[in-house]
Design a protein around this ligand. Structure first.
Ligand SMILES: [Zn+2]
Length: 406
C-alpha cells in the first residue's frame, strides 16, 4: 500500500475522491494530504444531493484533520463547483467536512467531545489550536444543534442564575421534558422572559401546558401576559418555596442569637449549619447539640419545626389534601410569635394557588438545579469569557442537550 492508498483508506474517501499526494515535513512535524477527484466525475449537490457535472474549481483550501502520530495533519483540496439544474453553480459537497468549516468532521466531533469534558484552555493546548479556533468549533456546534431542534417544549421551567460573583443575572428557560436549557436571556427582568415568549407563535404559546418558576414578579407577569390561561399553568417551584422558608429560619436564628448574646447566653452561637439541614439529613456530629436545642424553648427550634412540616406539603396525595395541609400549617405559623416565619407564610398565602398547582402538574425545577451547578462550573472553568455572549454559547454547548456533532 503506498502513501496515497494508505491515507485514502484512513480518510475513508470513496470514489471519485482520492488522495493525490502526501507530503511529510519532519522538521515542522506536519503531514499534508492533497485530495482531488477523478477527472470527468460527477459530484453531489449539497442541497439536493443530486450528481452533477463539475463546473470549475475554487482556490485551494486547507482543513485540519486529526494528527497522524503526533504530526499535525492537513487536507488540501481545490473545492469543485458543480452545475446543478435546480441550484445553479454551487460548491460541491466535500465528504470530509461541513461547508464553511476549516476542520474535518472527525476533528470537530473529537473536539466537541473533549470540549464538553474539559476547559477550553487545556483543550487548546492538547489539540494545538488557538482560543479563537476552539471557540469557532463551539459556536458552530451550538448553531448546528439549535438549528436541528424541532418544536418547542410544552413544559418549561424558568430560573435565574447569577454570574460575575452575583453582579449579573441571566434568565434560563428549561425544557423540563428534554432536560436542557432551551433559551437564555440577559438579566432577570420581565423583558428578559418576554424575549423568549416572543420567539414562539401563538399556537406554540397555547401549547405550553405548565411553567415552573420561583415567586418572582417579573417572570410571573411576563408569563401571564404571553401564555393563555397562565394562572392554571404556573407552578411555584417547591424548592424555591422551601428556600424562602429556610431563609426565614435563618433570619429567626440571627435575630434570636443577637438577643441571647446581649444577655450573655451563647446557646445559638455557631449553630447556623445545624438548622439548614433537614432533620433526616443531619450529620451525626450535630445530632447531640441539635437534640439539646430542640428541647429548649427557643424560637429558632420552633421555626425549624415549621420548616420541617411544610416540606411535607408536597407529599400530600391530592390538591384537596394539600390545601387542607397548607391551611393548618398557615394557622399554626400565623398564630405564632415568630416574625420572619409569619412573613414567609403571608408571602406564600398570596401565591398559594400557584403553589398548589403543583398537585395538578407535579413539576419542579429540580433538574434545573442540577443544570445550575453545571453552569457554576462552566463559569469557573471558563476564565476568559471575553464577552458575555460566550457564556451563553457555553451554556447551550454544555447544558442545551443538543445534537452537536457534524
Ligand atoms: Zn441541487
Amino acid at each position: 500500500m503506498d502513501d496515497c492508498q494508505l491515507y485514502s483508506t484512513l480518510l475513508e474517501l470513496k470514489m471519485p475522491w482520492k488522495v493525490e499526494k502526501v507530503a511529510l515535513d519532519s522538521t515542522k512535524k506536519t503531514v499534508e494530504i492533497y485530495v482531488s477527484h477523478e477527472k470527468g466525475s460527477k459530484l453531489h449537490c449539497p442541497e439536493c444531493r443530486k450528481e452533477c457535472m463539475v463546473y470549475d474549481h475554487l482556490k485551494e483550501r486547507v482543513w485540519r484533520d486529526l494528527d497522524s502520530v503526533d504530526f499535525m495533519t492537513f487536507i488540501h483540496a481545490s473545492p469543485p463547483r458543480i452545475s446543478c439544474p435546480e441550484h445553479g453553480i454551487i460548491e460541491a459537497l466535500l465528504p470530509w467536512t461541513e461547508k464553511t468549516s476549516r476542520f474535518s468532521m472527525r476533528f470537530e466531533t473529537r473536539s466537541i467531545r473533549m470540549l464538553q469534558n474539559m476547559d477550553t484552555f487545556n483543550f487548546t493546548e492538547i489539540m494545538k489550536l488557538s482560543w479563537k479556533q476552539a471557540w469557532n468549533i463551539i459556536d458552530r456546534a451550538v448553531k448546528r444543534g439549535r438549528s436541528r431542534k424541532s418544536g418547542h417544549p410544552s413544559v418549561i421551567g424558568i430560573d435565574e442564575k447569577s454570574y460575575r460573583r452575583g453582579h449579573k443575572y441571566i434568565t434560563l428557560v428549561y425544557d423540563t421534558v428534554n432536560n436542557g436549557v432551551d433559551y437564555i436571556a440577559y438579566d432577570r427582568k420581565k423583558k428578559s422572559l418576554d424575549e423568549y415568549y416572543k420567539t414562539l407563535t401563538e399556537q406554540e404559546l397555547s401549547s405550553i401546558t405548565a411553567v415552573s418558576m420561583d415567586m418572582w414578579d417579573p417572570f410571573m407577569s411576563s408569563t401571564v401576559k404571553h401564555v393563555p390561561d397562565a394562572d392554571s399553568k404556573i407552578v411555584f417551584d417547591r424548592f424555591h418555596v422551601t428556600k424562602h422558608v429556610n431563609e426565614a429560619v435563618d433570619t429567626t436564628r440571627k435575630e434570636e442569637n443577637r438577643k441571647l448574646v446581649k444577655g450573655g447566653v451563647m446557646d445559638l452561637k455557631g449553630t447556623r449549619y445545624i438548622w439548614l439541614y433537614a432533620s433526616d439529613n443531619l450529620p451525626e456530629k450535630y445530632r447531640e447539640r441539635y437534640n439539646d436545642l430542640k428541647r429548649s424553648d427557643l424560637e429558632t427550634g420552633k421555626a425549624y419545626s415549621m420548616k420541617e412540616n411544610i416540606r411535607n406539603l408536597w407529599n400530600m396525595p391530592s390538591l384537596e389534601e394539600g390545601r387542607k395541609y397548607w391551611e393548618s400549617w398557615y394557622n399554626w405559623v400565623i398564630h405564632s410569635s415568630i416574625r420572619a416565619m409569619k412573613d414567609v407564610a403571608r408571602m406564600m398565602k398570596v401565591h398559594i394557588e400557584r403553589i398548589l398547582n403543583y398537585f395538578i402538574h407535579r413539576i419542579t425545577n429540580a433538574r434545573a438545579e442540577g443544570i445550575n451547578s453545571k453552569i457554576a462550573l462552566i463559569e469557573k472553568m471558563a476564565y476568559g469569557y471575553r464577552n458575555k455572549e460566550h457564556l451563553k454559547i457555553a451554556i447551550y454547548f454544555r447544558c442545551g442537550n443538543l445534537q452537536l456533532y457534524p
